[in-house]
Design a protein around this ligand. Structure first.
Ligand code: FES
Length: 144
């Protein structure tokens, strides 16, 4: 079997939703300290629905394919749905990623969450901190 699925190759060579939204309602930027890759997600939000999404990814092919697929998966969706998107679901939608490349899909999940959080913060919207990575580790979300 080839290392990368056709879908990964497709989204890598022809990524969807690349770019910047100048007047974005939420922006999320995350990086992976180990590989140095950076991903930035821009969201346009209206009535809790993601009406537009763009990304910039300075990273490996798997990170680019993951951002492309993840943006396709959240476009037109409610914020609550976007927050449910897991890196596993992104990797599955790409017909899989090699095990040592799974962390690349994590960037996509984290960048989307960071962008939604940015929107909540900017608009003073209350939210459950446990949904986000910077939750400081309350017992609630860290119990197995
Ligand atoms: Fe860094 Fe893929 S190697 S995100």
């Amino acid at each position: 079997m080839a290392l990368y699925s056709e879908k990964v190759m497709d989204h890598f060579t022809n990524p969807r939703n690349v770019g910047v939204i100048e007047d974005a309602d939420g922006v999320g930027e995350v990086g992976n300290a180990k590989c140095g890759d950076i991903m930035k997600i821009y969201l346009k939000i209206s009535d809790d629905i993601i009406t537009d999404v763009k990304f910039e990814t300075f990273g490996c092919g798997s990170a680019i394919a993951s951002s492309s697929m993840a943006t396709e998966m959240i476009k037109g969706k409610a914020l609550s749905e976007a927050l449910q998107l897991s890196n596993k679901a992104v990797a599955e939608a790409l017909d899989g990623l090699p095990a040592h490349k799974m962390h690349c899909s994590v960037l996509a999940e984290e960048a989307i969450k960071a962008a939604v959080k940015d929107y909540y913060d900017k608009n003073g919207i209350e939210y459950d901190k446990c949904q986000f990575a910077d939750c400081s580790g309350c017992a609630h979300c860290h119990e197995e």
